[in-house]
Design a protein around this ligand. Structure first.
Ligand SMILES: Cc1cc2nc3c(=O)[nH]c(=O)nc-3n(C[C@H](O)[C@H](O)[C@H](O)COP(=O)(O)O)c2cc1C
Length: 206
């Protein structure tokens, strides 16, 4: 470890992981046989109606995204973390890719059953939504880029087509109430909720 130039008490490190705390989402995609897969993700960001995902290219989710070009981004709240974790050691891909098999992943075709979650039909895309997730975003896949120097991950750009929200989260018909919405945060491979509110930006409605 080296001292970080000119900043006291700061070191240059090579972190084992770099998941610095982003919301979990459960990506539902349609398998070739018409069943639905669930892929837990934490690499995403939203800007306007675009949501960009970081998706491993060896998984079933990526295979489905490439073929079907339709997804649902189901956003669990903090209370659902055990359901998410029940999916963690599984892949919908068979045979299980070697790199995943080595670290103990197993094949699971019934992700809804495994996680004890309920499918509900979507209105604009083929994959089902997850009823328990307070936010469910039906989306179309617009671009997929696999970096030449990092082919294990794809950058998947989606366009939100329809957003479903549990009614108890809403202020009026357009705003999510931040005092009610508790995203599930993946913080260096540990699950967290949110702490107390710190303040709000000048454009916040509350
Ligand atoms: C909380 C959580 C967050 C994860 N975040 C990501 C992610 O952002 N991108 C990714 O490719 N895999 C991520 N994973 C790993 C995938 O969920 C895992 O590779 C899974 O086996 C993929 O399932 P599939 O092959 O059925 O699509 C995450 C797993 C968990 C439990």
């Amino acid at each position: 470890m080296n001292e970080s130039a000119e900043v006291p008490n700061t070191l240059v490190i090579t972190p084992s992981i770099l998941y610095y705390g982003t919301p979990v989402l459960l990506l539902t995609t349609r398998n070739e046989d018409g069943t639905v897969n669930i892929t837990p993700l934490s690499s995403s960001w939203a800007l306007g109606d675009r949501v960009v995902l970081g998706l491993g290219t060896s998984g079933q989710g990526f295979e489905n995204v490439q073929r079907e070009r339709e997804v649902v981004l189901n956003i669990p709240d903090a209370s659902l973390w055990r359901h998410v974790e029940r999916l963690a050691p599984y892949t919908g891909k068979t045979p299980v890719p070697e790199a995943k098999r080595r670290i103990g992943f197993q094949y699971e075709p019934d992700k809804f059953g495994q996680a004890d979650l309920c499918p509900v039909p979507s209105s604009l895309v083929k994959p089902d939504r997850i009823a328990e997730c307070p936010l469910q975003i039906e989306a179309a896949v617009r671009h997929i880029r696999i970096p030449d120097d990092a082919p294990h991950f794809a950058i998947v750009e989606t366009e939100a087509l329809r957003v479903h929200a549990h009614a108890d989260l809403l202020i009026g018909d357009r705003h999510i109430d931040p005092t009610q919405w508790q995203p599930l945060i993946y913080n260096f491979r540990h699950y967290y909720g949110l702490g107390e509110a710190l303040g709000k930006t000048f454009r916040a409605e509350r």
